[in-house]
Write a protein that binds this ligand. Sequence first.
Ligand SMILES: Nc1ncnc2c1ncn2[C@@H]1O[C@H](COP(=O)(O)OP(=O)(O)OP(=O)(O)O)[C@@H](O)[C@H]1O
Length: 298
Amino acid sequence: MDNGLTISVHNLTKKYGSFAAVNNFSFEALPGRITGFLGPNGAGKTTTLRILLGLAAPTHGQALIGGKRYADFLSPGHVVGASLDSHSFHPGRTARNHLRILAAAEGTSYSRIDEVLDKVGLRDFADRRVGTYSLGMRQRLGLAGALLSDPSVLVLDEPANGLDPEGIRWMRDLLNFLAGQGATVLLSSHLLSEIQQIADHIVIINHGQLVAAGSLSEIEAMGSKHVSVDSPHRTDLHVALRNAQLDVRETPDGLEVSNSDPTTVGTIAFQAGLPLSHLSADEDGLEDVFLGLVGGRR
Ligand SMILES: Nc1ncnc2c1ncn2[C@@H]1O[C@H](COP(=O)(O)OP(=O)(O)OP(=O)(O)O)[C@@H](O)[C@H]1O
């Protein structure tokens, strides 16, 4: 495998009639990283990946791999491995036949077929018709196809969909190994829990537009910090904190004070002669940050 190339999406727009499925969207996915492409259903992920892989034309902007369009590579399959739709396999073909057809199209030696079947754990099922495969097995076959010509860039649309927790761990280990060898890995999902387990960087899209990009910890740090506090005299405490010009709201468990710290809140309670039953500094978790960014905050 060669060293991975940078995926760069620049001011990408894709319109269907007057509707912009992707709207002036930019991001980069770098070699040596697993970049998770996250967004709710209909956010524009598949449209972006289809443009990146030359399957749809942009209305404006560019989606490039190592500075080139997919179609500009002489043997794109040897540079970019992709798995877009795990339902698109011919159900009457065996996995081995499916990979033979791909290998012939990409000019890749048939000897790679058993290697990739081993890698994805499908060797024992290679001669079964794909129509009998579970969704998880089809995902593994999609990955086998993506890996066939030993590309240094992997583009995977919802690859963890249908995998059980052990399958997700297996995929994380395999992609981590490839990224460790320098591959560029871009995978999409609408589920934060999947991305969180597999990727180290995330790009979040909503309504066709970028809403955030960074490492998992950078995205998490975008969450709000607040103080949770409670007292047997909750109403009096609420009044005392409001009188101190703090931003307070009542929750089922007590009071939540934004943009403050436990010392300030504790001092105000002490000065008002109010005992406390709880005082802690809390931060939004990644899920709260994600839901806040895509407008689905609980
Ligand atoms: N060929 C098309 N014609 C018209 N609208 C389309 C077409 N393809 C996609 N869209 C619309 O563009 C928007 C983005 O779709 P896209 O499939 O890219 O979303 P997604 O983020 O991949 O969603 P999901 O997680 O559900 O797969 C959706 O509103 C979809 O209905």
